[in-house]
Design a protein around this ligand. Structure first.
Ligand code: HEM
Ligand code: SF4
Ligand code: SF4
Length: 543
């Protein structure tokens, strides 16, 4: 399937770029943010150009020549930045679309972000084409004639637009004023649609990592100095330009107009747009069920609201008479079933009695109780457990529980005799007390947390929130008593065969060298999964 192939390609490249740049600087995981960055470079350089640009059939060309030649150190560089950052935007947008498509991020509740992205393609392209047109060189003349004939095919305009370009006399200066207006208004609409595009994303990443931004800018600057943007020969409507250097980022469709009829090119544009718009409706249908709030257990703390990556939770006035101000309410149309809210809910407390282990918010497919049941907690006496631990450690190494996300480096179907694998929709769905629980109840000698590298998380904040919870920077905190040397964090995109296994093997060795701790060799009383260790619960809830 082409999408799967594309997905493999992206994963492979992302893993390689992670290795070269480090996960935080990986440009492939910050394409949208880079798009914004290019937009601002285009906007600032555009304002500079606007100050010196003269609208008119000869003035337009001359004013740009002045900037390029007489003022190369300022205006020339600004012109080049304007052009190369615009190209960067198209490149970013193309790869961004391919990546979102490869990861299937057009289905289910994501339909809105996908669909509102589609008009952006048109806005970006029209901005660029009108920009080339304004230069009024031979390339602009070619664009003008082809675009006019193409638009005239629709038969919407009383007077054919192409007539404006029939002779030098038929073109007047007002046309350039109109063109300049379009060239400024369309990017403003682009900005408005970008805002709409991100409406359903909480804390959207609209700024790339600072190092990446600086690096990108230096590259643009270097390119501007080495290969400054220049005009081609001035337009002359009495002759057809013979040879042209085309900007393939913006003008790739123009040569098509020579090969196919205008009607056929319209057909292609309409069909491709329709495919983009209809993609979210294609099978398979989105089946994941949205998170559910259990009001009896919700104390209105708003941690789930703060952590949800897709703004799917609202905090509304209490509706059930319990003595709390607010309650969490999930909008199922926005929920992507990542489970991050379960990970953030302080009531997801595995030390509770079985009958009362219901969190304030859960996924129907992943409840707090089901998560505890998936752990391998021994129920025998401490003497039996100690004997079994010794035998087990001798035969197959220390016991490990892996909490792994379904999209990160944890290989599918990976299993080992001494390892319990708990697969989660996102690593952020793990409430930190479960780490304490599995270690203190003798379920494992060590815990592995495995998720995507930070900036490539499909649910955006899984690794970030998990790290912050373990480092006690974000509620709910992992208790201090949990020995951090018994936790291994593997933040890696898939696509690095053997990397996860090697990390676990190293961890096993490290665990073997550790002395048995009180936490990892629990007493019989501690091991009773039915007991209610209210002290631990209170401590965690108020941490
Ligand atoms: C100028 C063009 C564009 C810019 C600057 C842009 C920018 C962004 C940004 C900043 C994000 C949020 C990333 C995050 O915080 O996780 C995003 C998400 C997204 N974009 Fe775009 N975008 C553009 C065009 C498009 C287009 C053309 C499409 C598809 C047709 C698209 C589809 C998506 C989707 C599906 C997401 C959501 C990802 C998710 O839910 O995790 N974008 N975009
Ligand atoms: S985190 Fe849990 S307790 Fe807090 S508001 Fe959300 S559902 Fe309620
Ligand atoms: S499952 Fe994810 S998207 Fe849905 S409400 Fe919880 S945190 Fe938000």
């Amino acid at each position: 399937m082409p999408r799967q192939l594309l997905l493999h390609l992206f994963r492979w490249f992302e893993a390689r770029l992670d290795a070269v740049f480090g996960a935080r600087w990986n440009p492939l995981t910050q394409l949208g943010a880079l798009g914004f960055f290019y937009y601002w470079v285009v906007a600032v350089s555009g304002i500079y150009l606007y100050i010196f640009f003269d609208t008119g059939t000869t003035e337009a060309y001359d004013s740009l020549e002045y900037l390029t030649r007489q003022q190369w150190y300022a205006g020339g560089i600004m012109r080049s930045l304007h052009r190369y950052a615009s190209d960067g935007m198209v490149l970013m947008m193309g790869v961004h679309i391919l990546r979102e498509f490869a990861y299937g991020r057009f289905r289910g509740p994501r339909w809105f972000t996908w669909t509102t992205g589609v008009p952006l393609i048109g806005f970006v392209l029209v901005s660029g084409v009108t920009g080339y047109w304004l230069v009024w060189d031979e390339l602009a003349q070619y664009i003008a004639v082809e675009s006019a004939e193409w638009l005239d095919w629709l038969g919407l305009f009383g007077e054919p637009i192409a007539r404006n370009f029939a002779t030098p006399k038929s073109l007047d200066d007002r046309f350039f004023t109109l063109l300049m207006f379009v060239h400024i208004m369309v990017p403003l609409f682009l900005l408005l649609f970008l805002w709409i595009h991100l409406l359903r994303i909480s804390r959207p990443a609209i700024n790339p990592n600072r190092g990446l931004a600086i690096g990108t800018f230096v590259m643009l600057l270097a390119l501007s100095l080495v290969k400054p943007a220049v005009s081609q020969a001035p337009a002359d409507l009495t002759v057809m330009p013979a040879e042209l250097a085309i900007d393939w980022f913006y003008l790739a469709a123009y040569p098509l107009m020579q090969v196919f009829s205008d009607g056929a090119v319209w057909g292609m544009v309409v069909s491709i747009s329709l495919i983009f718009f209809l993609l979210p409706l294609l099978p398979p249908r989105w089946k994941d069920e949205a998170a559910v709030v259990h009001l009896d257990n919700c104390n209105g703390c708003a941690r789930c609201f703060d952590d949800c990556p897709f703004d799917a939770i609202a905090m509304l006035p209490r509706s059930d008479g319990l003595p709390f101000e607010r309650e969490a309410v999930v909008n199922p149309d926005l929920c992507l079933s990542c489970g991050i809210c379960l990970g953030s809910c302080p009531t997801a407390m595995p030390f509770r009695r079985r009958s009362s282990l219901v969190a304030g918010i859960e996924l129907p497919q992943l409840s707090a109780l089901a998560l505890r049941d998936s752990l391998d907690i021994p129920t025998e006496t401490s003497a039996d457990a100690a004997a079994r631990d010794d035998a087990g450690a001798a035969s197959s190494g220390p016991r490990i529980t892996v909490f792994g996300c379904a999209h990160g480096a944890l290989p599918e179907g990976w299993a080992r005799e001494n390892v319990t694998v708990v697969r989660l929709p996102c690593v952020g769905a793990l409430p930190p007390p479960y780490i304490d629980y599995v270690l203190s109840r003798g379920g494992a000698d060590g815990v592995v947390l495995c998720g995507c590298s930070e900036s490539s998380c499909g649910f955006r904040f899984g690794p970030e929130w998990t790290k912050a919870r373990i480092e006690r920077r974000r509620d709910p905190f992992l208790r201090r008593r949990v020995p951090r040397e018994r936790i291994l964090e593997v933040w890696q995109a898939p696509g690095q065969p053997g990397a996860f296994e090697a990390a676990v093997a190293g961890f096993e060795q490290a665990l073997t060298a550790l002395p048995k701790t009180e936490n990892s060799t629990p007493s019989g009383a501690q091991r009773d999964a039915q007991s209610d260790t209210s002290r631990a619960e209170k401590e965690e809830t108020h941490a």
